[in-house]
Each structure stands twice: as C-alpha cells, then as structure tokens.
Design a binder for this molecule. Sequence first.
Ligand code: 8NA
Ligand code: MG
Ligand code: MG
Ligand code: MG
Length: 347
Amino acid sequence: NYEILKSRFRGCLLGSLLGDCLGAPFEGDEITAGEKTVIKNYLDKLEEPNFKGPIKRYTDDTAMTRSVAKALIDKPEPDFKFMAKLFVKEYFLEPNRGYGQNVVTVFKKLKHNKFENIYKPASEQFDGSGSLGNGGAMRIAPIALFYFDNYNSMIDAATKATKITHTNPLGVNGALLQCIAVQESLLSEHEVKLDVHNFVKVLLHRMKPFEYEDDEDLDGIMEEPYREKLLTIQNLLQRRYDRDELYDEILETLGNSISAPGSVPTAIYCFLRACLETSDFKKIFRNTVEYAIGLGGDTDTIASMAGAIAGAYVGEENLNHHVIKHCEKYEEMIDLADNLLASSQGE
Ligand code: 8NA
Ligand code: MG
Ligand code: MG
Ligand code: MG
C-alpha cells in the first residue's frame, strides 16, 4: 500500500533528523540520573504546542544522509562517484556540522584527486586499516528505503556507499546492520506489535554471510562482534525489568561510542526496548529517542540511527509534529522521503 509506505518512508527520514537534532546538544556527555530528568523535560517542552525556541540544528549525520538520498533520487542508476561528489560539496559548503576528525582527510583527498578513484582515499585511513567509525551507518537509511523491495541490491549499494569513507570491515558491517535493521522495521507488519525476539533472530541470520572466522589465515580472522552484540541484545531484552541496573551493563557491553560496533547495536537495542515496554506507537518513537540520548556519548548519531529504525516502523503520524517543526529543514526531509519512494517505484 502506497500511503502506508509513504508514511513509513517519511517516518524514517524524519526520525533520523529528529534523533540528530535532539541528540546533538548532548553529544559527548556522560549522563547522570539528574541529567536524564533534564532530557525528559527538554523533550516534553518541545512537544508543547506553543513552545517557542531556536531551531535545532542538524549535524554531519543529517548532512550526509541528505546527500545519500539525493544521489539515489537524482540519477537513473546508482552513481557512487556522484554520491562522493555530493559528500565533498556539502562538506566544503558547511564544514562546521561536526564531522568526525579523520573523515575530513578523505574529503580533501577526493577533491584533490578529482574523484579519480573514489575508494582509494578511504582505504588509506588509519594506516590502511580503514575507518571503523559510525559515519557509514549514520547515513545509510535512504538506501534501506530506496531498495525496499530488493534486498541484494540494497546490500550492494550500502557497501559501495559506505566504502567511500569507511573501508574497515567493522565500519562496513556496521552500516550493513543498520541498513538491514531499517529495512526490517520498514517491512514489518503495519500497526502490529513487533516481535522483538524474532527481529533479533532475523538480524542474526542476515549478518551471518558478512561475519565468519577463517582459521587458516590469521590476518584474515574476522571476529563476530555484530552477531555477538545481537546475542547480548537478546539477553538484555529478556531482563527488561531490572532496567536501571542494566544501564551500566548496556554501556559496557553495547557502548555509546563513535565506533560502528560501539553504537549500531546500541541504537537497535534502544528501539527494541521501547517496543517491549509499550504498544503505544507514539511512545515507541519518543521512548526510543529519549533512551538513546540518555545513554550519553555519541548521542546525535545513536539517536539518529535509532530514530530512523523506529520511524520506519511507526510512520510519520506517530512522530510528534510539534517536535518535528523545531528541527532544521524538516520539510526537505519529507520531500526526500517522497522522492525516494517515487523513484524507487520507477515513476
Ligand atoms: P571518522 O572516520 O573520522 O571516525 C571517527 C573516529 O573514530 C576517528 O576520529 C577515530 O578516533 C576513530 N576511528 C575510526 N576508525 C579507526 C581505526 N581504524 N583505528 C582507530 N580509531 C579509529 O568519522 P565518522 O564519520 O565515522 O564519525 C562519525 C561520528 O563523528 C559521528 O558521531 C558524528 O556525529 C561525528 N562526531 C562525533 C563526536 C563525538 O564526540 N561523539 C564529535 C564530533 C563529531
Ligand atoms: Mg553528528
Ligand atoms: Mg556531531
Ligand atoms: Mg555523532
């Protein structure tokens, strides 16, 4: 159904924007019990119909998400050189959006080498090991939407889009996991309570081809951090009732960092926990974002990734429209969502 998909595409991109804009003021913070109340009050205020406040600015997460969406919309076939050009153009137009410290080197090299080989600069990061930051995952949602009816094309495009800046397998697989989670959420049955345990099982199954152990080639050993972390999520979800006690354990086992393995599973957990705790779709979105910000650390990125997953599940009508209006360029996110749906249908 086109109208349902439309609402869920919009929910996803608006959810991503909201998480970024609302989480950004807390980025890098350690959150105490008192600050959790501050976050709750801050979100309550933004939900008030007549609350007036300065526009909440988005950061690199949204700047890059917009470029991914535009690249998919503006070309008849996916064009990753064009996507790389949009990243770089956007960075030089507005460099002060809070980009990661090292990704800027990639942008400069891409520009200097006139986009000759769009994957070379990223492969040279960190002495050739490539970045495992969450910058690939934070911008991946438009790919999950655009390829909503073609899983293999989605995986292929997500890999190529990520490798423009992140070539470390942990960076790439983190983006794949986030992409898969957004699409699972998007395609889950409409207005039906999510089976969170099955959701994790599906992710475990889908990550298997990307994570394996190779005993013979020591250098090639790939651990299974994402599947291990998904098992941790399974365990945490089963112990939902001692939720305050879980706080430190979540930070220790899942993390709140700018690395992909230390943030993508965390974002997924925030969404699933909210789904377990309430069947009110409005609360699922709000609680997902509130919980993600409350973990501290890379708050804008974790809330943005969690918000994209939650928004794709609950749809636009379950995001608070007063809050949306406090976020910078929300109308453009709606347009991008509509255009992604129209172009993915070949219209
Ligand atoms: P990136 O590729 O520069 O990676 C981010 C950071 O991760 C790097 O600066 C390194 O510290 C670390 N890192 C990545 N790969 C490796 C490696 N192989 N070895 C050792 N360290 C590594 O940029 P990105 O696009 O992945 O970053 C995304 C994050 O940066 C997002 O959170 C975004 O919002 C932004 N950001 C975050 C913070 C924060 O304090 N959490 C602050 C400013 C910007
Ligand atoms: Mg950011
Ligand atoms: Mg930032
Ligand atoms: Mg961040």
